[in-house]
Design a protein around this ligand. Structure first.
Ligand SMILES: Cc1cc2nc3c(=O)[nH]c(=O)nc-3n(C[C@H](O)[C@H](O)[C@H](O)COP(=O)(O)OP(=O)(O)OC[C@H]3O[C@@H](n4cnc5c(N)ncnc54)[C@H](O)[C@@H]3O)c2cc1C
Length: 257
């Protein structure tokens, strides 16, 4: 079974972030594998391992100045990586990103495509379902567990009340939550092996794409970036014998109870 995992390389969240005049996040510095995507990589590795044959590939769009994020996925056990990196992609929005990822993936359609539910830096959460639509495949979102039986994928899909059991025929696009599996740490052997695994760097022209990507194709525009509101200090209750009642009243007021 062959699985493709869409992974995003993001600026290190621990480093200070900056934006250009169009409010695009500066991605020229150190890039890391989005932690949200480590769950997809781990899930894919476990599924291929269980199937007994096949491989995991990772596909990305973004800057190829730093490939550390992709090398991390390869060190975990993915066999190869493809990244589409091109100045013409500047300003590509989420749908344009899905078009680029679809163009790569349809060159050699895998059995299963995994994405995270949402990325950590942009998190529109729209790319994976757009990708499925462009590939003409079914999609299942918010997977808390994934298994494959024959040509069917079975997913426990997280809901507010619990989970739904959903099945779909392969090939299929599935988005996984952070609870789906525990990502492994890359071993020293894996890190050394990753250095010689193939990383293909493609341009927009290599994929036969043009104005549907980049600023020309974008239907989204970032009009402002504002700092998130700082959290208000919580309300303190001093227990004068009625502490429990006060807490229950508060929980009832926010409809938790
Ligand atoms: C106004 C605007 C300008 C942009 N400019 C640029 C630019 O100049 N250069 C550029 O490279 N990108 C650019 N982008 C694209 C952006 O970096 C994201 O890739 C895209 O918007 C989807 O991100 P998201 O965080 O909303 O994804 P979500 O939909 O939240 O991500 C969910 C999952 O989809 C997959 N995914 C999402 N994005 C990617 C990706 N890039 N590669 C592989 N898998 C992915 C991952 O599995 C991810 O976990 C721009 C986007 C916008 C809206």
């Amino acid at each position: 079974m062959n699985v493709v995992v869409c992974v995003k390389q993001i600026p290190d969240p621990a480093a200070p972030q900056s934006f250009d005049a169009q409010y695009n996040l500066d991605r020229s510095g150190k890039l890391i594998l989005d932690e949200a995507d480590t769950y997809g990589v781990e899930m894919a590795l476990q599924l291929v391992d269980k199937a007994g044959s096949g491989e995991v590939s990772v596909v990305s769009m973004g800057s190829a100045n730093d490939l550390a994020g992709l090398r991390n996925a390869l060190a975990m056990g993915a066999a190869k990586a493809v990244i589409v990196s091109d100045d013409a992609l500047r300003g590509t929005d989420a749908l344009g990103t899905a078009k680029v990822l679809a163009a790569v993936i349809k060159r050699d359609l895998p059995d299963l495509i995994l994405c995270a539910t949402e990325s950590s830096d942009g998190y529109t959460g729209t790319t994976p379902v757009q990708l499925a639509e462009l590939l003409g495949l079914p999609s299942i979102t918010f997977a808390k567990s994934v298994s494959v039986e024959g040509s069917t994928v079975k997913v426990n899909r997280q809901t507010e009340a619990g989970y739904d059991e959903v099945t779909a025929p392969l090939p299929c696009v599935v988005t996984v939550t952070a609870g789906v599996v525990e990502p492994r740490y890359a071993s020293f052997k894996g890190i050394m092996a990753a250095k010689s695994k193939p990383v293909e760097i493609l341009s927009v022209a290599d994929l036969g794409l043009g104005d549907e990507t980049g600023t020309k194709g974008a239907r989204e525009e970032i009009t402002a970036v504002v700092a998130a509101e700082s959290r208000q200090a919580g309300e303190k209750y001093v227990d004068e014998g009625d502490g429990a009642e006060k807490i229950v009243a508060f929980l009832e007021s926010i409809k938790v109870l």
